[in-house]
Design a protein around this ligand. Structure first.
Ligand code: ADP
Length: 179
């Protein structure tokens, strides 16, 4: 019997505009107290209530995920996950460890969503901004992990990726269409 497949879709633009999913995922840092990039955009759109709730969480480890309300966002929930920082100095073992942490971000986010009975979510491209992950490498990990984890957990209707620019969208599209 084949595994159930989940609908994975790609959009270009600002993840904070999505009002059609149960949760948007934030590429946060380990303090969970806000930052730049997508993290800053989510906190700006969600308002100060999100930061107040994040202060109660005690941070988040790399590769883990924690859930909050969406506050002033259109989505009802935010799942905050902390991606690895890419290092060009890492050796092959170090790179594989980063890959495992990045996969864990997607896996843990989906597990937290499942525990909360959420059926649709939106991910940004975790770690490929300030954290400098090579986007082709990150896209392959993202698509593969979401596909495998969603099939294993079941119950998801749609998982979408919001890619901020064409240079990020292209490798996600190529990976999604390749398999
Ligand atoms: P990280 O620190 O995990 O690298 P960043 O926020 O710096 O996180 O970047 C992750 C990706 O999110 C990058 O591709 C960046 O261009 C993109 N991004 C930034 N703002 C938004 C937004 N509002 N919606 C979707 N993606 C965004």
């Amino acid at each position: 019997m084949s595994e159930p497949t989940v609908l994975i879709t790609l959009r270009r633009g600002d993840i904070t505009t999505d009002g059609d999913v149960d949760a948007i995922v934030n590429a946060a840092n380990s303090t969970l107290l806000g930052g730049g990039g997508v993290d800053g955009a989510i906190h700006r759109a969600a308002g100060p209530g999100l930061l107040a709730e994040c202060r109660t969480l005690g941070g988040c480890g790399t590769g883990d995920a924690k859930i909050t309300g969406g506050h002033d966002l259109l989505a009802a929930h935010v799942i905050h996950t902390v991606g690895p920082v890419w290092s060009t100095r890492a050796d092959e073992a170090g790179r594989q460890e980063k890959d495992a942490q990045l996969a864990s971000c997607y896996r843990r986010s989906l597990e937290v969503a499942r525990e909360n009975d959420l059926v649709s979510m939106a991910f940004p491209s975790i770690s490929t901004g300030v954290y400098r992950y090579p986007v082709e490498r990150a896209a392959a990990i993202a698509i593969r992990t979401v596909r495998e984890t969603a099939a294993r957990l079941g119950g998801f209707e749609e998982i979408r990726f919001w890619l901020f620019d064409d240079a990020t969208l292209a490798p996600y599209r190529e990976t999604l269409e390749a398999v």
